[in-house]
Design a protein around this ligand. Sequence first.
Ligand code: C2O
Ligand code: CU
Ligand code: CU
Length: 501
Amino acid sequence: MKRRSFIATGLGALATPAFLRGAFAAEPGAQLPIPDVWDLSDGAKADLVALAGRTGFLAGRESPTIGYSQSYLGPVLRIERGTIARPRLRNDLEIPVTAHWHGLHVSGAVDGGPQLAVTPGKDWSPELEIDQPEATLWYHSHIHEMTGPQVYFGLAGMMLVTDPDARGDPLPSDWGVDDIPLIIQDRAFDGDGRLSYSAAGPNGMMGFRGAQILVNGAIRPNASVARGLVRLRILNGSNARIYHLAFEDGRRFQKIASDAGYLTAPMEADRLTIAPAERVELLVDFSDGISARLVSAPDTNAPMMGGGMMGRMMGGTDPEGVDGTGRFEVLTFSPDRPPSDTALPTTLPVGPGRIEGDPIRRRVFDLNMHGPGGMMGGGGMGGMRRGGRMGMALAINGQPYDMNRIDAEVREGDVEIWEVRSDMMQHPFHVHGTSFEVLTANGGEVDFASTGLKDVALVDQSMEIKVRFDRPALEATPYMLHCHILEHEDAGMMAQLVVKG
Ligand code: C2O
Ligand code: CU
Ligand code: CU
């Protein structure tokens, strides 16, 4: 089998994965790279190697990058419900890394959080017991204070949970033809075509944003897809940017799945918001054969200060618009491949449903951007010393992240209501080890983006979620709760949770 022999070559920087053979489009509009799928469902061994490479994002120029078994990003890992997946991570880099299985319901001991750092030259072989509905997940490195740069330079990939008993009407399933993975990221380049990154100064507050939009590692590529019904698995793999996606021609689509799996029925819409780390799956009808452009409205998420947003002060981080409204291109689709005859499903495969059971406890998590001293440097020099970020103190419930402190303890199987509150801007709140249901947003109804079970949800001002943990996470390897704006996470907007039986 092609993939097997690829794994057998031992990888390293010497092997050239198919994903890279002329695959990275060095010009806007070049072909969308389709990552290889590694099937771990039959207990197959899969060696992920964190390695350093060079990637040509811009024509004729290369950037140092890092990836899992390839120079940038990683293969798509397919794992099957009811089996044990046995990935192995080897670290060929000179920095500690992890592979955190974002969205996977596994115990804290194998979830790849910061405590599970793999030091240079070492490896890690977790056993992952897969038991959750079909869903599109992802994996990424999760080293404290380094998650932002490590994901930015490439340590991330998509993951698919499949379920042989999922049933439902058939969905498009021809990988790269009518079943299309889309990892959307924004990046910035210096004059030599190298990725540039900094979490200093305002980037620490805003979150890092770049003016170039990449999909699967290529700048604003073109996807050649089937002239029919196409499934898009969209992952916002950006550090901080929120996308407000729509087709430029206004074409409608069906949302069929959220972070944790299928909805009970398709929901039709013509736009959607996707925050960092969120996934959404859509069905789009391209049977008209007409090329279509996916665009995004600008991301206006920025700290409110002195009555205004600081975002517009920053400049230079917004992609070039396609029209006068500031909308920018993400990628284009050319429906030029023969269609399969998949019809719009009326019955979706069994999804995660809702969180059952009566809540027995209520907790509040305040996502703080300023300390008790007050707004933005209101703490004076004290504030400066505390946060080091223009008086900011990024924290949860007033406590910046501390790897040696457990912030909350939950009992396995208990159903809880958590109220999550945002400070100064919107924060995508993520919980490890489980999925949750959003009950209310800003005291009212939940919007389109937060329907279906989630593992990350964008908190505007406040949000109530219903959550339950079914796997343990003990003190040595607790679960993380954090803002998924990676610069916020790295600066301390993260807490630790243990789950006990
Ligand atoms: Cu996707 Cu704790 O992260
Ligand atoms: Cu996670
Ligand atoms: Cu945040």
